[in-house]
Design a protein around this ligand. Structure first.
Ligand code: ATP
Length: 311
């Protein structure tokens, strides 16, 4: 194929995620915790537009505080583009325009979605033609949540969360997300969990014998039954997130009073995800939370992972 066949710009969209279930095992020597999680990709998207360039550069829009997102090699999307170039021997560069909708440091994997989108966009822009297997491998090197942002849908994640197995999920689930202006640091929430467990004498086993996704969660997803799912949603990071940000408890109670079936801190927080029985009820819950001054969004899942919108 001649170089002229490659597009000048590629637009890729990748979703944020909710952890419907998140069990955290003990901390290993490499600093990572063993996880057993169920991700669901939801209809809140990051858009990444990659344009051919000689150097690597980045611009970001859609964030209240521009300083919250690094524009250099600390940015996960920039690291993704450079990793792909190194892995394939590509010698040019790219300008990445990131339009963010997923809250920064919100526990919804926004940076991971940007990285997955950047991998897919640069692969198409540069014509590097990575196999899905190789793409997954590079994604896992960038971060534990990046492979899921590539694949989307609903999936069980084990290991660091990067070993994925698709989970069957029937129909659609309606969620209301309440976001917070100020994010929470994922490493800080894991540290809080470790301290809390050490103090309460939990987790004598390493890894804990119970580090499995409960069958009830998988059955509820397979049945497409929000009532059953609401009864078994769980997040080990909720306690440390509430310790760090006690006001999240008020948000959870407000959403339940407004009619949600269940509310859970998403990942390391501070976003709270409310599962609702129907789209109509989700709309009511969203309205009520918005009236009381919350930033509330009605989304649904599962949705696909990173995909090309135009090239
Ligand atoms: P995690 O995947 O750890 O759960 P999160 O979803 O809570 O993270 P992100 O928005 O992905 O949070 O970003 C966490 C931190 O990573 C930010 O505070 C920011 O400093 C840094 N970061 C790096 N790349 C990005 C990016 N593309 N978008 C947003 N933040 C980024």
């Amino acid at each position: 194929m001649s170089l002229a066949a490659f597009p000048e710009a590629v637009h890729v969209r990748a979703p944020g995620k909710i952890n419907v279930y998140l069990g955290v095992g003990a901390r290993h020597d490499d600093g990572y915790h063993a996880l057993a999680t169920v991700f669901q990709a939801v209809s809140l998207y990051e858009d990444v537009i990659a344009r051919a360039d000689d150097d690597f550069s980045l611009s970001v829009s859609g964030v209240a505080d521009p300083a919250s997102v690094p524009l250099d090699d600390r940015n996960l999307a920039m690291r993704a583009a450079k990793l792909l170039a190194t892995a394939t021997g590509y010698t040019g560069g790219v300008h990445l325009e990131i339009r963010k909708s997923v809250p920064v440091a919100g526990g919804m994997g926004g940076g991971s979605a940007d990285a997955a989108a950047a991998l897919v966009a640069c692969d198409a822009l540069w014509g590097t033609g990575l196999s899905p297997h190789r793409m997954h491998e590079l994604a896992a090197r960038l971060g534990a949540d990046v492979p899921f942002a590539l694949h989307g849908g609903t999936a069980v994640g084990t290991g660091r969360g990067d070993q994925l197995n698709p989970a069957l999920a029937r129909g659609r689930f309606d969620w209301v997300l309440v976001t917070s202006d100020e994010g929470l640091s994922t490493p800080a929430i894991y540290s809080r969990l470790d301290v809390h467990r050490a103090e309460s004498g939990a987790l004598a086993d390493d890894p804990p014998l119970s580090l499995d996704v409960p069958i009830t969660v998988l059955q509820a997803l397979r049945a497409g039954d929000p009532h059953s799912l609401a009864a078994c949603m769980y997040n080990d990071l909720e306690v440390p997130a509430l310790l760090e940000r006690p006001t999240l408890d008020d948000i959870i109670n407000e959403g339940l009073r407004a009619g949600a079936l269940s509310g859970i801190v998403s990942g390391s927080g501070p976003t709270v995800a409310f599962l609702c029985e129907t789209p109509e009820i989700a709309q009511l819950v969203q309205n009520e939370l918005a009236v009381s001054g919350r930033t509330a969004l009605h989304v649904h899942g599962p949705v696909p992972g990173a995909r090309i919108i135009s090239a």
